[in-house]
Design a protein around this ligand. Structure first.
Ligand SMILES: [Zn+2]
Ligand SMILES: [Zn+2]
Length: 338
């Protein structure tokens, strides 16, 4: 049975060393080996399907066109369901719909907002007896010393499918996850009670790290977020806040160590722009809030009016402790706890 490949594959087959006499690639196993050997099996999809060899010229009315479009869509989707290499990158089950995001609906539906009682300042999940502040419940840390930012929100907990999606985006270059994650930020932000006019500032990445990763995840999220609020007084500002030096990973450090690690790491190089403004700092994940707090402190010192923080996910205390313990174990137990 001949194999006919969808568009990206037909481009690819130009480089595939088989006879083109019949216009198709004849050896499925060999082609698959070629894809794997050239590390392209994850990027390409193909199907064992016979397409009409003869093109017929047909004149469509507009309702025919609508029907044709739906027929093509459903044919394409059923085609996709027999495709071999395109699996959900979270649960590995085969994908049944066409999407630039290689994550199945079931996994996406597992991403749910944070629930329960949250600290009214930093968004930390609270357990047991709560302390009430003016604006609502407060965690022990915010009661002890208020952070520099006015309030922080996150969409969900940094665990399960949301953590997997963030990892795909940040470490595996699955860029189509960006707008999906930015939408989650947009769902969380109304909880901050922000004014109409706002500067959106992503947490900057050290240029070397940015180059290694290919992009700054916080900046991509901020950009998508701002794009989703057209015609408003919400402006993206990627240049006012800069990272002045490289910092060691915060993973596994105590709050004090994190603060010391970040001292002097950020600076405002355009104080005229931030002066008097309300600023929303955007990042992918908030763990202890030290990074966001340091950004806020530097922005306020440069004259910002108020600073709020929004992230996709929040490492709740249990998760943060787990992360810290895992990191401590991996470095021989020399690090402290969160
Ligand atoms: Zn899945
Ligand atoms: Zn708090």
């Amino acid at each position: 049975m001949p194999w006919i490949f969808s568009e990206p594959i037909s481009r690819l087959t130009r480089n595939f060393p088989v006879s083109k006499d019949h216009g198709v690639v004849g050896d499925h196993a060999r082609f698959r080996r070629f894809l794997v050997a050239s590390r392209q099996h994850r990027s390409y999809t193909y199907s064992q399907n016979i397409l009409p060899a003869v093109t017929r010229r047909v004149v469509f009315s507009s309702s025919d066109l609508g029907r044709a479009r739906r027929a093509i869509q459903s044919a394409a989707e059923s085609l996709f369901s027999v495709l071999l290499p395109a699996d959900c990158r979270v649960c590995q089950s085969p994908l049944t719909t066409i999407s630039s995001l290689p994550v199945c609906l079931t996994c996406l539906q597992k991403i749910t907002p944070l629930e329960g009682v949250l600290c009214s300042v930093c968004g930390e999940k609270l357990f047991g007896r709560q302390l009430e502040g003016e604006a609502g419940p407060l965690c022990g840390l915010c009661r002890h010393a208020a952070p520099s930012f006015r309030r922080a929100v996150a969409y969900g907990a940094y665990e399960g499918a949301l953590r997997d999606l963030l990892h795909l985006f940040k470490y595996q270059q699955v860029r189509p996850a960006g707008p999906v994650l930015a939408k989650l930020i947009a769902q969380a932000v109304p909880g901050l009670g922000l004014p109409d006019s706002l500067l959106v500032v992503p947490v900057p990445l050290w240029p070397g790290k940015r180059q290694a990763r290919g992009f700054n995840q916080a900046e991509e999220l901020a950009r998508s977020f701002v794009r989703s609020c057209p015609g408003t007084g919400i402006q993206l500002d990627t240049t006012s806040l800069v990272r002045r030096r490289e910092t060691a990973s915060q993973t596994g450090l105590t709050r004090h160590q994190r603060r010391a690690n970040l001292r002097g790491a950020f600076a405002v190089n355009r104080p005229d722009r931030v002066r008097g403004s309300t600023i929303l700092v955007i990042d992918d994940v908030m763990t202890t809030g030290t990074t966001a707090g340091e950004c806020a402190r530097v922005l306020l010192r440069a004259g910002a009016g108020e600073v709020f923080v929004a992230t996709v996910a929040r490492a709740t205390k249990e998760v943060a402790i787990g992360l810290t313990m895992a990191a401590a174990a991996s470095v021989g137990g020399t690090q402290g706890h969160a």
